[in-house]
Design a protein around this ligand. Structure first.
Ligand code: ARG
Length: 401
């Protein structure tokens, strides 16, 4: 029986060529797998037809928008996950959901190998292959760009020679990856890290220098998940989409960073994640009033570690799963409304309310009639400073000898 390979298929030039390229190099039949994670653009049907037109024996397409939003974006939101304090893991969280579908398709069509279009220099090859190893330990992995010398110019030549139904002339100097959680742009002119990004790089966000009038939005959360916007019930996917549109129009969520890749390279990346950044900001502010201080401090550390694990391709690892359980537990009371103003590239919270809030007006107020007994503070401070005071006494004693 001819061997079968499932290929993570985007519909673009490189993976379209990869179908025939893999076929010629290995003699295997190729099944194209396209997963909609809210990247916009062409319909799944158009992509399916192109895959078949490029020589795939089967095309598996999955409309995974809700799955991605519910099972991947929401955990990222609950963790307030920002890799290196900046990056909301846009590409990193899309790989595991694609992996799930690749493994599913491999089972359905009896494939022994999984192929992806990543280069040998990035994080995504690691995320795909570690994910495959975990969910389908018997499956082999192959990356035509990395393992079968499929370079860009060879891809163009191959597509033209075979008359593949794909455009080879459109020249985009950037490498772009996008989904509903955000958009990542790299390479080209951006590789000089002193170069400011030009306007044409952005798609999800408008220039914040010329913002429309400020817009106010109220986001309601239940147990850490957005459930309504301005009082209208939404699914997580709808919440992200609506905020992509509204926060994007105000230029919210532009990020320009040099980040540490897992493979040891520092790389420049431009992200735009208007919905994700607006949601994370709102969610964090709701946590500020609903999560107890020590739990909140520890959660910040856990969220950072969670972001590193996910960035590093460990989505399906035991530690990530354990941290998920902790984070989920912290979300029990993260229910309430956050009001914020979107304007000039910023999402600024200006109101919060929650039935499960820990904010106690009577304790906090400086007006007369507060319930806080200030006389307790003196003794508390005395004891709080005691161990440092004893140590400093020792320092003086030793220095004096
Ligand atoms: N640097 C990001 C990451 O590793 C995004 C990579 C996505 N690829 C791209 N072509 N921009 O998660």
């Amino acid at each position: 029986m001819t061997e079968r390979i499932v290929l993570a298929y985007s519909g673009g030039l490189d993976t379209s060529v990869a179908i025939g390229w893999i076929g010629e190099a290995t003699g295997a039949e190729v099944i194209a797998v396209a997963v909609d994670v809210g990247q916009g653009g062409e319909s799944l049907e158009t992509i399916r037809q192109r895959a078949l037109g490029c020589g795939a024996v089967e095309a598996y397409v999955a409309d995974a928008g809700d799955e991605f939003a519910n099972e991947y974006c929401m955990p990222t939101l609950k963790a307030n996950a920002l890799y290196q304090g900046h990056y909301p893991l846009v590409s990193a969280i899309s790989r595991p959901v694609i992996v799930k579908h690749l493994v599913k398709a491999a089972r359905e069509f009896g494939a022994t190998t999984v192929a992806h279009g990543c280069t040998g220099k990035g994080n995504d090859q690691v995320r795909f292959e570690v994910g495959i190893q975990t969910l389908g330990p018997d499956l082999k992995c192959i990356a035509p760009v990395r393992d079968l010398a499929l370079t860009r110019d060879k891809a163009i030549a191959f597509a033209e020679e075979k008359g593949l139904p794909i455009e080879t002339t459109k020249k985009n100097p950037y490498s772009i990856d996008q989904n509903v959680w955000g958009r990542a742009v790299e390479t080209g002119y951006l590789e000089d890290i002193w170069n400011a990004p030009t306007k044409d790089i952005y798609d999800y966000t408008a220039t914040p220098e010329f913002p429309p009038a400020p817009e106010e939005v109220t986001i309601s959360f239940e147990a850490g998940v957005p459930v309504a916007i301005d009082g209208v019930r939404v699914t997580p996917l709808q919440a992200i989409k609506e905020l992509n549109r509204r926060a994007g129009a105000q230029g919210v969520g532009r990020i320009d960073v040099v980040e540490d890749r897992l493979v040891g390279i520092k790389s420049r990346e431009i992200y735009e994640a208007p919905g994700a950044m607006a949601l994370i900001t709102a969610h964090k502010h709701l946590e500020d009033i609903t999560i107890e201080r020590e739990q909140a401090r520890f959660k910040a550390t856990v969220g950072q570690r969670w972001a590193e694990l996910v960035y590093d391709g460990q989505w399906f690892s035991p530690l990530k799963r354990s941290l998920d359980a902790f984070i989920e537990d912290t979300q029990r009371y993260v229910t309430g409304d956050i009001r914020m103003v979107l304007h000039g590239g910023q999402a600024i919270v200006n109101g919060r309310r929650s039935d499960t809030s820990l904010y106690d007006f009577d304790l906090a107020t400086y007006d007369t009639g507060d319930t806080f007994d200030q006389s307790m503070a003196r003794g508390f401070i005395e004891l709080w400073g005691m161990s440092a005071k004893v140590a400093s006494g020792r320092d003086i004693r030793v220095a004096g000898k």
